[in-house]
Write a protein that binds this ligand. Structure first.
Ligand code: ATP
Ligand code: ZN
Length: 612
């Protein structure tokens, strides 16, 4: 890192020396103090790095950059005996390049500053004493002491004390969160009030914070489609530009005109219009708790008209409660049914399982251990309990085993979980989940921003799906879907050429997140699988962030268009016209040329701050 820094500052030092040398030589030559060879030597010295970059790019990357255009302009001016024009143009362009590279560095640095950092040391409690140690020497389970005003150095669990923590560095939410015993805390967040003893679970590169940084850094290097497009357009235009410039020279024989023209005709600058926007937009999103894995996804999300949602855990909270138990076989009591159901569900990590287990605990039902156990994906499960064969799950599971069941008509909108014991219907559990706060508002917002189809795909039954979907204003839904059906449904939508975004919690829909053009996963904490499958990760599972993601991506895409059309297009077309009309000479052209670069820069970094 340090060598990297000095390398850059040394590079900048030489840039500055070049600018000053060319500038002073031009002035002294103009005043008649130095002879022509000295000016030429200074020009050659100034041109050296530009020409080197131009040639390296041309040979290694087959890329024609601005540097090549400017180098040709300077060489043309020398050959055409317009020495002073050449050296002044060179000086101004060197200034422009210097500003551009230094400000690119600045933008990157400011992103890192925005996101912040994690302390490198921690105070731990050992044998009743406090000692400061390096993060790298921490061991799992160490107790880290955090005082008011300090940054929490590790991910972990509060084991003593309480306090309010500003989690903005990772969630974008600046309202402090109260932390008490057993609360989870994250490295990089700030303890504003109180004092905490935190038992470390993760440190260094494993923390949520480090994963966020890694994501943002990776994102910078992936190109958006529009960036590739501008690069392609630029390389297409180049031969035409050269023919045009040569044509102008043959007609006018005016060297100054050609120099001025070369300054404005370099299409390579089209390529500058996007990367800075992408970096700024990704940083902006990260600050709001939205992690975008690449410019590509920002651009696709901006254009998306179809968004698919998973139901359980995404549109609903994913913490269902048991409303009612129906007894189908009078040999069993409600407690018996809960005993079998909860004993089986104890082995499942499905949110529905929890509803049954919680009720069994409330009624002090003693559970046992199943001897056999089987999962039917998207249907339910089977278990052997006290030498009885227990099946618990949805209607399909019962149909598969040819068990006839009936349903109570009062709880139509609930999810019915059927249980059979020894292939005979034993009871039905009615479970419901609450819709997430803000779900309806988020969907309204998406529709306002141009999303036409809001589709819900769920493994749950059609009645429940219908109920949720009409409450939220969902355009269409598909129920009884197995995880692989969700992938097929997305493929079908895509087969019409449609780009599809998918929002899920990653529990049973990671493959669908991968299939979608833009996969969005809710909540970074704990679900490594979803984080890997998704293209956009919401740090907190807050639905309004989905509408925010869409808004930021639209704004970024608009900024790119402004940069290409306004910053580069208009200024260059106007510049070329004025040069051809003889209004602008080479020096004026070089000065005016600083304008679009500055405009593009300002317009891009604006994304970090403006209200979106
Ligand atoms: N452990 C389980 N206990 C009881 N029923 C289950 C269990 N697992 C799955 N099921 C049944 O299978 C259905 C489909 O489950 P799946 O996990 O595919 O989707 P889901 O959680 O209902 O909804 P979504 O697809 O919206 O996340 C559930 O609605 C439920 O009826
Ligand atoms: Zn330009």
């Amino acid at each position: 890192m340090n060598t990297f820094k000095t390398f850059f500052s040394r590079q900048f030092l030489w840039e500055i020396i070049r600018i000053i040398t060319v500038g002073i030589a031009s002035l002294l030559f103009y005043m008649g103090v130095i002879p022509l060879p000295v000016l030429l030597a200074a020009t050659a010295f100034g041109l050296y790095s530009l020409l080197k970059t131009a040639i390296v790019e041309l040979i290694k990357e087959r890329k024609v950059g601005t540097e090549l255009f400017i180098s040709i302009a300077v060489i043309v001016s020398v050959v055409g005996k317009e020495y002073l024009a050449g050296s002044v143009v060179l000086m101004i362009i060197l200034i422009a390049e210097y500003i551009a590279s230094a400000s690119g560095e600045r933008a990157r640095a400011s992103i890192k500053e925005l996101i912040g950092s994690v302390p490198q040391t921690a105070v731990i409690k050992k044998d009743g004493k406090e000692q400061t140690i390096q993060i790298t020497s921490l061991a799992m389970g160490d107790i880290v002491v955090v005082k008011a005003g300090e940054k929490i150095p590790v991910d972990g669990k509060v084991i003593a004390g309480s306090g309010s923590v500003n989690q903005a560095p990772i969630t974008g939410e600046s309202v402090p969160v109260e932390k008490v015993n057993d609360s989870e805390v994250f490295a990089g967040t700030i303890l504003e009030l109180g004092a905490l003893d935190v038992q470390m679970t993760k440190a260094g590169n494993d923390t949520v914070f480090s994963r966020i940084i890694a994501l943002v850094e990776e994102a910078e290097s992936s190109k958006a489609p529009i960036e590739k497009l501008t690069d392609r357009v630029a390389s297409w235009l180049i031969p035409f530009v050269f023919i045009f410039v040569i044509g102008v020279y043959l007609v006018t024989k005016d060297v100054k005109l050609v120099i001025a023209l070369l300054i404005f005709t370099s299409p390579a600058e089209l390529g500058l219009a996007t990367p800075l926007v992408t970096i700024s937009a990704i940083a902006r999103a990260a600050r709001e708790g939205i992690l975008v894995k690449g410019g590509k996804y920002l651009e696709e999300l901006a254009k998306i008209k179809t968004i698919v949602f998973d139901k359980t855990g995404t549109l609903t909270v994913g913490k269902p409660t048991l409303n009612k138990v129906d007894i189908s076989d009078s040999n069993y009591t409600e407690k018996d049914l809960l005993y079998f159901a909860a004993t089986a569900e104890n082995r499942s990590s499905h949110p529905l399982a929890n509803a049954i287990i919680v009720r069994a605990e409330e009624l002090d039902v003693e559970l046992s251990e199943p001897t056999g156990f089987e999962v039917f994906k998207g249907k339910g499960l089977g278990a052997s309990i006290d030498s009885r064969k227990v099946l618990i799950g949805n209607k399909t599971l019962m149909d598969d085993h040819k068990i006839s069941v009936t349903i109570n008509s009062e709880n139509l909108t609930d999810t019915a979980i059927y249980m059979a014991i020894d292939n005979k219907a034993a009871g039905v559990f009615y479970v419901s989940d609450t819709i997430r706060p803000g779900a309806k508002e988020m969907i309204d917002e998406l529709k306002k921003s141009g999303v036409q189809n809001v589709i819900m795909l769920t493994g749950d039954n059609p009645q429940t799906a219908q109920h949720v979907s009409s409450q939220l204003g969902i355009t269409s839904f598909k129920a009884d879907m197995l995880p692989e059906d969700k992938i097929k449904a997305i493929q079908e939508l895509q087969s019409t050429g449609e780009k599809v975004a998918m929002v899920g919690d990653g529990i049973n829909d990671a493959p669908a997140l991968v299939q979608a053009n833009v996969g969005i996963s809710m909540g970074i904490v704990g679900t490594q699988a979803a984080m890997e499958a998704a293209d956009i990760v919401l740090v907190e599972d807050k639905l309004e962030k989905i509408a925010r993601s869409k808004a930021i991506s639209k704004r970024a895409f608009k900024t790119i268009k402004e940069n290409i059309i306004g910053g580069v297009g208009v200024v260059h077309v106007l510049g070329i016209t004025l040069v051809l009309l003889g209004v602008l000479g080479p020096v004026e052209a070089a000065v005016i040329h600083l304008l679009p670069d500055t405009l593009v820069f300002l317009n891009s970094v604006k994304l970090l701050r403006v209200k979106i």
